[in-house]
Ligand binder design. Structure first.
Ligand code: CMC
Length: 392
């Protein structure tokens, strides 16, 4: 009934009011709860940003300590979850595993299934979701190596614990380089929220039917997987590697990206909202230089990425369409320097985006938003007569 406005891809349709993230695509501004991303990336920690996004305020020291403490009490995942890990082929994509494993958590923590939770119940679901995600992500990595999993240790903060479970060994005590801890914090902060993007909108719309937090986040992970969204960080490194193997001829690949008969796109370039620059890409590019220098790594693909950016930013095709490097253009080079394999990159994006998904899911519930249900303009046949199968 009524008049339907068509906006395929929701290019200009607001689906909600939100007080979480402010984004100005023309001016390249990104703020979480009013705090500029540049300042948070420099001064804050991932867990503090998670608190800020979910609760709306920066925590006091006591609030932060108690938040960390609560999370650390829930980092174990049920031992029977290991059967799910065992069931996946060892080379299966980590994003498929993550989406399934997060949904499977709902079977082990059924108290989260109540559609009308008290504030305390909702708080506990959020704490469990945050706590268990880091364990699940690091165990997916361990499985890919065929190594035994490392259990969480509550003496560590969130990010150090994650890195310890990822790079630690049962056979010896492994010190995690503070450069790696700091780089990981920066990357996770930069990914923590980005208003109504594809995966976040998915989390909100799934949650709007009163699905539980695990099902909603699992759907967000599936949406993030695609190469036009979070999957771009894996696609960028694969593209840079291909260009390297091809002799490093960036002009040739720029020409391919411009060719409308070629499906190839310059991965890590362009954004639906940013039309001048992506502020996250600026921070990541600089962090990339710093981190590789500190770790003493010389990666040829960084040179190729910089050359590609330089050529593209002068090319009328990219200038006219306002295509700039996005958050995914340089992040993979850092993840690689930290020791992560390419197919883990999008999983790290998911770990970073988790507080944003949770904050948006909670806001949708707090605002008592109705079920999400877009309309359509029907273009099919109107009246047809059923023909018996023998006569078709
Ligand atoms: N390489 C070549 N041409 C491009 C690119 C690119 N990376 N991105 C956009 N274009 C062209 C596109 O072909 C179109 O040209 P024309 O007007 O001649 O038809 C024009 O620019 C506008 O593009 P669009 O696809 O209509 O824009 P959109 O807002 O629907 O898509 C996007 C945005 C991010 C999906 C797209 O820019 C893209 O595919 N980029 C590559 C993938 C990528 O890096 N994704 C990560 C996005 S940022 C982080 C995240 O969300 O996870």
């Amino acid at each position: 009934t009524g008049y339907v406005t068509l906006d395929v891809g929701y290019k200009n349709t607001g689906a909600t009011k939100s007080a979480i993230t402010f984004l100005d695509g023309e001016l390249g501004i990104l703020k979480y709860r009013g705090y500029p991303i540049e300042e948070l990336a420099e001064k804050s920690s991932f867990i503090e940003v998670a608190y800020l996004l979910i609760h709306g305020e920066l925590p006091t020291q006591q609030q932060l300590t108690s938040f960390q403490y609560e999370i650390s009490r829930h980092t174990l995942v049920h031992e029977d979850m290991k059967k799910f890990f065992d069931g996946f082929p060892s080379k299966s994509h980590p994003m498929g595993q993550l989406s399934s494993l997060v949904c499977a958590l709902s079977a082990f923590y059924p108290e989260s299934l109540k559609s009308h939770q008290t504030d305390e119940e909702q708080h506990l679901s959020i704490i469990k979701m945050l706590a268990k995600m880091a364990t699940v992500v690091s165990w997916i990595y361990k499985k890919s190596l065929g190594h035994p999993v490392i259990y969480p240790q509550n003496k560590y903060d969130y990010v150090t614990n994650f890195l310890h479970m990822t790079f630690g060994q049962r056979t010896e005590e492994v010190e995690i380089d503070p450069v790696i801890v700091s780089a990981m914090n920066t990357l996770l902060i930069l990914h923590a929220d980005h208003e109504q993007n594809c995966s976040t909108s998915t989390v909100r719309i799934v949650g709007s039917s009163e699905s539980n937090i695990y099902a909603s986040v699992s759907a967000g992970i599936s949406a993030l997987w695609g190469p036009l969204h979070g999957g771009a960080n894996q696609a960028v490194i694969e593209m840079l590697e291909q260009i390297k193997e091809d002799g490093g001829d960036t002009d040739k690949w720029i020409a391919k990206a411009k060719d409308k008969n070629d499906p190839f796109r310059l991965m890590g370039f362009g954004h639906r909202v940013y039309k001048n620059f992506d502020p996250r890409a600026k921070i990541i590019k600089k962090a990339c230089d710093d981190i590789l220098e500190k770790l003493g790594i010389d990666d040829e693909v960084l040179e190729i990425a910089k050359r590609l950016e330089e050529v593209a930013l002068k090319d009328p095709y990219f200038v006219e369409r306002k295509l700039y490097p996005n958050v995914d253009f340089y992040s993979g080079i850092i993840y690689r320097a930290l020791g992560f394999p390419t197919d883990m990159f999008t999983v790290l994006f998911a770990l970073g985006r988790l507080p944003g998904w949770i904050a948006q899911w909670k806001e949708m519930k707090d605002n008592k938003e109705p079920i999400g249900r877009p309309r359509q303009i029907y273009t099919g046949a109107i009246n047809r007569e059923y023909v018996d199968i023998t006569k078709r």
